[in-house]
Design a protein around this ligand. Structure first.
Ligand SMILES: Nc1nc2c(c(=O)[nH]1)N[C@H]1C(S)=C(S)[C@@H](COP(=O)(O)O)O[C@H]1N2
Ligand SMILES: [Mo]
Length: 222
């Protein structure tokens, strides 16, 4: 394996994964209601928290800034392999957003700083046939999005939270933040973006989670 290749998940918490998979099968946590994001700030079935919980597969990779690469490949005119300096040289944006996790916690008013996905895509230039993205992380985690959801103006590659560098447990040095979908669609320790013509369901999506994950539609499970 070369320096920046992505490991396959091995030492992940298999028991925790099986539990969540079972919840998905049984439709646990479903309230059976929907809400309107324009009117209801808190999506159905969610509970507000003050602290920021940590959820992952149990492996929190130590990704140094020296090792970090953000690759954008697949159906693009211009493949990118940004190192830390190139990433930080891109236009910087700030965003305050709410977080909604499928395990029913929500947290309001999180201030993130980073680079807008749209600004990176403008450099990579997706080909017309690109319609989906597959995202891969340093812990082997993957998730999938439509290019439309990924390229929305409020989606950023975040490197800071509340004015300080993102902590390792929350995905340092860089994670995605996509506030309009459940938080499993916001990969931590991100390293690769692949643009695709056909959808490729990710880690939780093949284990019973919904393919899109809109919290107001309560799209918890597939
Ligand atoms: N690389 C990676 N990203 C990930 C995960 C993961 O296991 N690995 N878990 C997802 C899930 S299920 C959630 S709820 C959020 C949690 O992010 P947090 O730990 O910063 O709250 O990260 C998402 N991104
Ligand atoms: Mo989650």
């Amino acid at each position: 394996m070369t320096e920046d290749e992505v490991p396959t998940t091995g030492a992940v918490r298999d028991k925790l994964i099986r539990t969540k998979e079972k919840w998905a099968e049984e439709g646990r946590l479903l309230t059976g209601t929907t809400a309107d994001p324009a009117r209801d700030r808190l999506p159905p079935g969610q509970t507000l928290v003050k602290d920021w919980p940590v959820l992952d597969l149990g492996v929190q990779p130590d990704v140094s800034k020296a090792k970090f690469r953000l690759r954008v490949e697949g159906l693009v005119e211009n493949r990118l392999a940004l190192d830390w300096d190139a990433f930080m040289a891109l236009p910087q944006s700030e965003m305050v957003c709410d977080i909604h996790c499928v395990t029913q916690w929500s947290r309001y008013d999180n201030r993130f700083a980073g680079v807008k996905v749209a600004d990176i895509l403008a450099q990579a230039r997706p080909k017309p046939e690109a319609r989906f993205v597959s995202l891969t992380c340093y812990d082997g985690y993957t998730t999938n999005l439509t290019l439309e959801d990924f390229a929305a103006p409020d989606v950023i590659f975040a490197h800071a939270w509340e004015g300080a560098p993102l902590e390792r447990q929350h995905g340092a040095p860089v994670r995605l933040v996509l506030p309009r979908l459940y938080f499993w669609k916001s990969p931590k320790w991100i390293t690769r973006v692949e643009l695709l013509a056909a959808d490729r369901p990710g880690f939780w999506e093949v284990r019973g989670y919904h393919n899109r994950g809109d919290p107001w539609m309560e799209e918890r499970y597939g």
